[in-house]
Ligand binder design. Sequence first.
Ligand code: ADP
Length: 304
Amino acid sequence: MTAILSVQGLVKSYDGRPVVNGATFSATAGECFGILGPNGAGKTTTMRCCLGLTAPDEGGVELCGYSIPAMAREARYRVGVVPQFDNLDPDFTVTENLVMWARYYEISKRDARAMVPRLLELAGLEDRADARIDALSGGMKRRLTIARALVNDPDVLFLDEPTTGLDPQARHLVWDGLRRLAKEGKSLILTTHFMDEAERLCDRLCIMDAGKIIAEGSPRQLIESHIEPVVVEVFGEGVHEWAEKEASVLVERLEVSGETAFCYTHSADAILAAMSSYPQLRAMRRVANLEDVFIKLTGRDIRD
Ligand code: ADP
């Protein structure tokens, strides 16, 4: 299988502090690969190094067969980039934004205009061709930014937190669009801190923390190798006492955070039975997910 992106021992420091610290991973052509991590983990810096926008201190990147940063210009013709914050030009209409962007790739105005209907269709913006940017919703702007990144028909699309700031309906529309692109054979590289996004979209992903890659695999592999299959979240008054007296002797792994006891186990029955003399407690039983893996590996502390 061909690697579309290969990152080896990447190091980047700012003010003497390594923010990317030996990251190594690779993404295969045609897959959706995610880079997950808490805020400040080094995801954006890694992505910038991959695109040749930031020069690493050490390590190597190969993108679409080109060595980066030496051949970043050549690679960029085969790559589309969706930045974290939309940077559409507010002085132009939807169509004009697409046509202007095509000029960076030396695509003629005529050819660019010819591809506009398909890009608008992909973005679900067929009826907004002549709308001004400030008349679009956040979700529409995001979809237009994604469509704009496709003007050069790239092999790989880089997306930095593609659904941050969108409401649930808008997120689903963006996800549908990205799934469609993946089906059409585009490789997608995305950073996110949304676990559900990663679990739904990514074929494989890596988890990054403090500049290091601490896990890599498919969502299912990561869940199976790091987490017990069943999680019972128990909450309510007296949960701390219950956790200490009852749960601690029953479950494979127990974590109490705030007012919730997270019981990681192979079977929920004994845990639910142990709640019988604590009628004020409530429980939610669910299968383990990527968020459990993420929390186990990166901790529950908030990162600002
Ligand atoms: P993430 O995308 O995972 O949130 P970033 O790569 O944006 O992480 O940032 C990682 C760390 O590097 C942060 O602490 C951030 O403040 C720092 N950083 C990023 N870019 C610069 C820069 N140009 N100068 C100084 N520090 C930076």
